[in-house]
Design a protein around this ligand. Structure first.
Ligand code: GRG
Length: 303
């Protein structure tokens, strides 16, 4: 059976998460002031400061610290990860995409501000993400800043996040196999997580070997994130059954449990945690503690 907690280094992970999330929230608040025109900045701040888990920025900072950098070196990149994540959610929620009314427990951006503003708020945040890295990163060589920007750009563009979304949109109503599903998840979810970790490591001064190690780690936890999401969907749906119809039981959306069965999906999750941990074994185990815990946190999250 799968019990990764036994292997975890002793580390106050929950405190670490709260501390880092607070620091990220403070930096995001400063990065997007309520300037003129008020409407666009209000819309940007509404979604950006709506209280996500801050998984991507915290991973970015943790990877920077893993390789000996300090938090400040990664903070602008960390904020950029959350800006891009948030803009992708705003656009994903639009009527022409998923048409969702709620996000992070609040009305979606277009429900609050209208579709025109929601599209523009997303566009502005995408642009600001890159500007912010270039402008606000201090004490990191220009060469490394350019590498960060290149990494992030490729993770988000037409061979990254956008690729995942277009393939997802085009597969609507069609039969999807495990390979297609994996392509969608690797691009929609894992690419940005990977960029977060890799950019943090680059900003922290990592050598190439370390960068490739953390990249592999990130690929594993990126896919893990999605496998767990799918498993939670099933377990949540069956809990809700009888009260309200489980959304994913009635929809034809492909998920890992549906394609592999719940036991195989759980095995896959365990294998991915294992592989992620193997990459971390290359580093000093005290410095890698947050990232060990992160993999475990993603594997055992309940929502
Ligand atoms: C990026 C230019 C550009 C356009 C957007 C709409 C789109 C293209 C992509 C959609 C990407 C998408 C919605 C991916 C799903 C990502 C995901 C796993 C969201 C859930 O992340 P959590 O659990 O959420 O970290 P919180 O709310 O905690 O931040």
């Amino acid at each position: 059976s799968f019990s990764p907690k036994i292997l975890l280094p002793n580390f106050p992970f929950e405190e670490y998460m709260v501390l880092k999330a607070n620091n990220v929230n403070e930096a995001l608040d400063k990065a997007v002031p309520l300037n003129h025109p008020l409407k666009i900045h209000a819309a940007m701040r509404y979604s950006l400061l709506a209280g996500g888990k801050r998984v991507r920025p915290i991973l970015c900072i943790a990877a920077c610290e893993l390789v000996g950098g300090d938090e400040a070196a990664a903070m602008p990149s960390a904020c950029a990860m959350e800006m891009i994540h948030t803009m992708s959610l705003i656009h994903d929620d639009l009527p022409c995409m998923d048409n969702d009314d709620l996000r992070r427990g609040k009305p979606t951006n277009h429900k609050m501000f209208g579709e025109e503003t929601a599209i523009l708020a997303g566009d502005a945040m995408l642009s600001l993400a890159f500007e912010h890295i270039a402008r606000a990163t201090k004490n990191v060589s220009p060469e490394r800043v350019v590498r960060v920007i290149t990494e992030l750009g490729s993770a988000v563009g037409s061979e990254g996040l956008v690729a995942g979304q277009i393939v997802d949109v085009c597969s609507e109503g069609k039969e999807v196999n495990v390979k297609d599903l994996e392509y969608i998840h690797i691009h929609k979810t894992a690419k940005l997580l990977e960029a977060a970790v890799v950019c943090g490591a680059i900003a922290g001064g990592a050598d190439d070997e370390s960068i490739e190690r953390v990249r592999k780690y990130a690929r594993c936890i990126g896919l893990l994130f999605q496998v767990i999401d799918d498993i939670l969907d099933v377990t949540k749906s069956s809990e809700e059954l009888g009260k309200t119809a489980g959304k994913d039981l009635v929809s034809d959306k492909a998920t890992y449990p549906k394609l592999l069965g719940i036991d195989e999906a759980r095995k896959l999750a365990a294998k991915l945690v294992d592989e992620a941990n193997q990459e971390l074994a290359y580093f000093d185990s005290a410095k890698a503690a947050p990232l060990y815990h992160f993999a475990n946190y993603i594997a055992s999250r309940q929502n």
